[in-house]
Design a protein. Sequence first.
Length: 332
Amino acid sequence: MQTVLLLLGGLVVLFICYDIIQTTLAASNSGPLTTRLAEGIWYLLLCLHRRYHLPRLLQAAGPWITIGLFLTWVLGLWLGWWLVFCGEANAVVSSSTGEPAGRVERAYYVGYTLTTLGYGDLVPGKAPWQILSVVAAANGLLLFTLAVTYVLSIVSAVTQKKTLALSLHAMGGTPQAMLDNTRGEGSHAALAEKAEQLSGMIISVGQQHLSFPILHYYHDTAQDRSLPLALARFHQALSVAYLCCPDIPASVRLKLGMAMYAMESYLNVLSGFVTPAKACPKIPPEALASMPECDRDEAGVRTCLSELDAQRYLGAYVEKDGWRWAQVWHLQ
């Protein structure tokens, strides 16, 4: 029985350590525990929001998922090391009497070892347990160091995410408004200029979402600070100008193409977070106005947008963040 506890505890510790390292240092996908915990909590909150309209609940989700993740790591390591130190009667003993510690006392010993407090009323037994105590203390120090660094990085990334959303929203509250505000004399040079300025930030925020997938669960209740809505609107405006306006200058087309590439880079990150919608989301009636520089009528523009695979990803992205696709085209 004691051998089973030792092996089980070792497996728990290794699994939690793998999840911590994968989540905080891999700069790709989160660990399996983190992924399932975050997705499960978000799915539950999103269902409640869709049924009862609770945007504040979604807004609180990101910070609380982060705290819940940290607590899960702490409790997981605590459980694992407690099982390890229950693997032998003399693994933990009283420093004054030398008597073996009970199960609750071992939990207390593991707790203060992981937090490196070291009260000294309980001590490890002989050599193997002394070494394991040092490993447990180092494990706890690593956990708290990586967790604090990870949280600080997330706070910085959330700020940049909101900055990007506000910058995009400043161009216009709907795709049509973005196009109208940047038309000029039909060349859309202002759109291209702004797109060139923001392309690097879009790629950067996309890579941050790849490094810190928990960023997907930081929701903002204000539309002008919502990145999914802002990116969806921006992509609609870019697509119309790039695909449906053949006479725009080559320099403008080049800048728009660079912005389209930045959006594709961001959508590639989304492929690990959302499942594309089965059908392309519909553009609400009267959302588009005719533009002289466009070689297609309103129906033609709708058809052009509906043929883009990116639309299905963006539609799913907007819906999974608690918004509706209609809000992309109509500011509410």
